[in-house]
Design a protein around this ligand. Structure first.
Ligand code: C2E
Ligand code: MG
Ligand code: MG
Length: 684
């Protein structure tokens, strides 16, 4: 870098000495000359040399004095001074070192000796300044303490990292930097190692001036003197926060999906393994749900990947919302997601989650200017029943999911090893029922009710039927209780009401002013907006309230008498007819019965068994009929199958009958034919 020769200042008051020294040094060095102390100091101030050769005996200001001045000044104190003098007695030599000289040459001197001493001290000075520069420019913080950990020197990097200036630290103990994260045993261990080996290296969390706690990589070394006494400790450290942050970031990226920010497949498998071990320990059950969006590929192809990506992100956040804290959602890739449910007490819980997911995914996705609709297929497995390792479980979930796709998508399937037949059947039925509504597999049949005076059709009961693909008709006795239990009865019941009301309105328009009776389930009865829903259906279909009768069972009414009374009063005020279904099978309180605005009692068909042969049934039936008459209610007998039953009921002056004798429940078109043909009871 600097090719200029080192500058040496020769200070002497005799010319001969100056000439001699100049001869010796001029080849290797640049030289400055000063003939007295004052001039020497002025020279140094202007032009600091690399070394000074200083005569002691000079008038006015002697060499000792000059040296003292130089050492006092921060700018000049590191310049090595070699004394040159004729006074070689020990006292003088000692005094020379005392005031800060580094060496001594006695006159008359030998030229080689002068050269050698000058060179040695220039090299030493150079080495020292190199160390100082390293210390100053090091990016690692360096703290030097005394044996009692009192800070002596710090380099600029320490201030850079900790925020403390050198002045704030020097003189204080290093524990000013402690984070209070560790107990005293930690520091004890540290000191033990340091004392035994002379070094301690490791990660440690310390505190900055602003209070921030940060990780640093620290190496402490004990410095000993020649006698093995510790004179200093040197701590060298750097801040690891950034490195740690980068490591964390990398770890996160490796375990998460960049698009949705959900855990990725690796993370899912890892987590699954973890949960499995945990579940095994506690004897718990896990469920894995594998989700695949239906027809996502075509969405992606037709709308472009950007839109596809937005959809996936929205699906991800909906899944998270559905599960809340209760599940672990991950994106396995493409349009495939996996959910892990822990501590699953029963299969129903999983089915419930599946239900929530359907509900959420079926809501429109608002993207840019368009609304999109998505459906999803889900495969479900249970652990440990369906597999002992993540691969098997995922594979089996995939099989179940594929089966759901085969059934046309928008449904879930449960991997069947998991459960006994009955549960599987019920859960499968539920899965199928869920899609039955959307797929138009439900129908409403109508069973006529006949007036016993005229013998003609006066009303009909709407009864739901489920036409299962390739399997025929399923009885409501089988699926209504299930729908009730799962809440599916709400959409189902609404659909029946809409369909029946619409059909009845058509009959009204054709001139048949019939009343349609629709069954209400307990769950519907408890639904807050039931009245509102009925209102809307009537308004939308145009059927007058007088065209609608609601069939309610005794048990609903008796469960919460006051609430029922209020609701039924409102229904009645709307102009709707109310019938008490399956009457006689529950425990109606006659006192309450009187208060309810009930128009009709339907005698349960079980009381028609062996009538008129069965005395008990005969007695009950006649009692119900006479009671109804006194309460000014109409009576309908259900399940009338024989002429004998009909005859018997006519004798008791029952108002209406319903049963296979005249007609089973039939589809709307068949019912229309009956109306057109004006079909009546044969004996009229
Ligand atoms: P329910 O309301 O008591 O309906 C009368 C049931 O008796 C109907 O059974 C009907 O087909 C049957 N039935 C009619 N005449 C005869 C007969 O002469 N002999 C015999 N043995 N049975 C006869 P279905 O259609 O199987 O319905 C069973 C039950 O399912 C209904 O009992 C009702 O509680 C419920 N249900 C049907 N459709 C709906 C609906 O849309 N909503 C609700 N909530 N429940 C419904
Ligand atoms: Mg009924
Ligand atoms: Mg009934």
């Amino acid at each position: 870098m600097n090719k200029i020769k080192p500058l040496i200042l020769v200070v002497d008051d005799t010319l001969t000495n100056i000439d001699l020294l100049t001869d010796v040094l001029t080849d290797d060095y640049r030289l400055g000359i000063a003939m007295n102390g004052q001039k020497a100091l002025a020279f140094v101030d202007r032009n600091p040399p690399d070394l000074i050769l200083l005569d002691i005996m000079m008038p006015e200001m002697d060499g000792y004095e000059v040296c003292r001045c130089l050492k006092k000044n921060r700018k000049t104190r590191d310049i090595p001074v070699i004394f040159i003098t004729a006074m070689s007695d020990t006292a003088h030599v000692a005094k020379g070192f005392d005031v800060g000289g580094v060496d001594y040459v006695t006159k008359p001197f030998h030229s080689l000796e002068v050269k050698a001493r000058v060179k040695t001290h220039l090299i030493l000075k150079n080495q020292l300044s190199m160390s100082a520069r390293i210390f100053e420019s090091s990016l690692d913080g360096i703290i030097v303490t005394d044996p009692n950990t009192v800070i002596q020197i710090v380099n600029p990097a320490v201030s850079e990292i900790t925020g403390y200036s050198a002045e704030e630290m020097i003189g204080r103990k290093t524990n000013m930097l402690q984070s209070r994260r560790y107990d005293k045993f930690f520091y004890q261990e540290m000191w033990n190692t340091l004392t035994e080996t002379g070094n301690w290296t490791g990660e440690i969390w310390n505190r900055k001036k602003n209070g921030e706690i940060y990780p640093q990589w620290l190496s402490i070394t004990a410095i000993q003197d020649l006698w093995g006494r510790v004179t200093n400790y040197v701590g060298v450290f750097h801040d690891m926060s950034e490195m740690k942050r980068q490591q964390d970031e990398l770890k996160y990226q490796a375990s998460h999906d960049a698009l949705t920010d959900l855990p990725n497949r690796n993370f899912f498998q890892y987590r699954l393994m973890d949960s499995m071990a945990n579940a095994e320990r506690h004897g718990e059950m896990l469920a894995i749900m594998l989700l695949d969006l239906d027809n996502f590929k075509s969405v992606n192809d037709s709308l472009g990947h950007t839109t596809g990506d937005l959809l996936l992100q929205e699906v991800a956040s909906r899944l998270l919302l559905c599960l809340g804290e209760g599940g672990f959602v991950s994106r396995l890739g493409g349009d495939e997601f996996a959910i892990l449910l822990e501590d699953v007490r029963n299969e129903e819980r999983v089915v419930k989650v599946a239900g929530l997911i359907y509900e959420s995914i079926s809501k429109p996705f608002h993207l840019k200017t368009h609304d999109f609709f998505l459906t999803v297929s889900i495969g479900i497995t249970f652990c440990p029943a369906d597999g002992q390792d993540p691969e098997t479980l995922l594979k089996n979930s995939d099989i179940a999911m594929f089966r759901a796709k085969q059934h046309g998508g928008n449904s879930y399937e449960i991997f069947t090893l998991a459960m006994d037949r009955e549960v599987t059947r019920r859960l499968t039925l539920e899965a199928q029922l869920r899609r039955a509504i959307e797929r138009d597999e439900l129908m409403v049949y109508y069973q006529p009710k006949l007036d016993l005076v005229s013998g003609c059709i006066v009303s009909m009961e709407a009864l739901v039927r489920w036409q299962k693909p390739n399997e025929g008709i399923v009885s409501p006795a089988e699926f209504i209780p299930l729908a009730e239990k799962t809440g599916l009865i709400l959409p189902l019941g609404k659909w029946v009401l809409q369909t029946a009301a619409l059909q009845t309105k058509k009959w009204w328009d054709a001139g048949y002013r019939l009343r349609v009776a629709v069954n209400l389930s307990p769950r519907q009865f408890q639904e807050k907006n039931l009245l509102e829903m009925i209102h809307v259906v009537l308004a939308e279909t145009g059927l007058p309230p007088a065209g609608l009768e609601l069939e309610i069972t005794e048990s609903i009414v008796m469960e919460n008498e006051e609430m029922s009374l209020e609701l039924m009063a409102k229904m009645s005020a709307m102009g709707l007819h109310l019938a008490l279904d399956d009457f006689g099978t529950g425990y109606s309180s006659l006192r309450y019965l009187k208060q309810f605005p009930i128009n009709t009692l339907k005698i349960d068909k079980s009381f028609m068994d062996n009538v008129p042969g069965d005395d008990e049934n005969v007695a009950i039936t006649s009692a119900i009929i006479s009671m109804a008459r006194s309460l000014k209610m109409q009576v309908v007998a259900e399940g009338v199958e024989t002429e004998e039953q009909l005859h018997f009921l006519r004798q008791l002056v029952c108002d209406e009958i319903q049963g296979y004798l005249f007609s089973p429940p039939v589809p709307a078109d068949k019912f229309s034919v009956m109306l057109k043909e004006n079909k009546c009871l044969p004996s009229y």
